[in-house]
Write a protein that binds this ligand. Sequence first.
Ligand code: ADP
Ligand code: MG
Length: 231
Amino acid sequence: MAKNIVFKALSEGRHTLLEPEAYKLLSEYKIPVCRHKMVYSLEEALNAAKEIGYPVVLKIVSPDIVHKSDVGGVKVNIINDNHLRESYETLMNDVKRNAPNARILGALVVEMAPKSVEVVVGLLRDPTFGPTVMFGLGGVFVELMKDVVFRIAPVSKEEAFEMVKKIKGYPLLSGFRGAKPLDINSLAELISTVSRIGLEIPEIDQMDLNPVIVYETGFLIVDARIILKSH
Ligand code: ADP
Ligand code: MG
């Protein structure tokens, strides 16, 4: 059950879910996530990559690291065994150098999602209005342009549609200059489900799905950060 994942982390004194735990929680809500496998050695990483299929992404798993790429904790587009051996070593060395005090539990081998438009779906708690969902375009759009919209939970699928249509970058999703329109329908469903998670699991303080990569059919969540309340 989704709540058990949260309770387990809290009982261990943790206030962030590990990335694989966050994926598990999302899966309990039938939200599709990238195929992934937790590994504890290079040997296991090679086996996981064989199972998942190249190209893969390698990510550090640590309860002490929130922004993985800031410390060299994400290596993308790994194309074969030799490349993975190299990347595994670089990943571990980079993280140990950049975050010397972080406990390293292992790594996550993840399917490499094809390129497309990246969006962000977030959940936060407004002191007055309670669980609130955020939606915006990913990458530089969210940081530089602040092209985001907020809505108080619960957010129905219809309301989620309106949120998606409100952002300035909407043409990038709806089919810009002859580009194929992307799957806004499943995106609206995702936003609505995230608002439900906010209502059903009050222990979650914050959730950040960044990025969610949107396709003509469906989407893939390639990073999930879930922060629990600290009281
Ligand atoms: P961070 O903790 O730094 O936010 P992310 O897991 O979001 O780390 O990875 C950083 C970036 O790497 C993402 O924003 C995305 O562009 C890319 N990335 C991560 N995982 C994948 C994946 N499975 N497929 C494709 N790109 C990925
Ligand atoms: Mg991210």
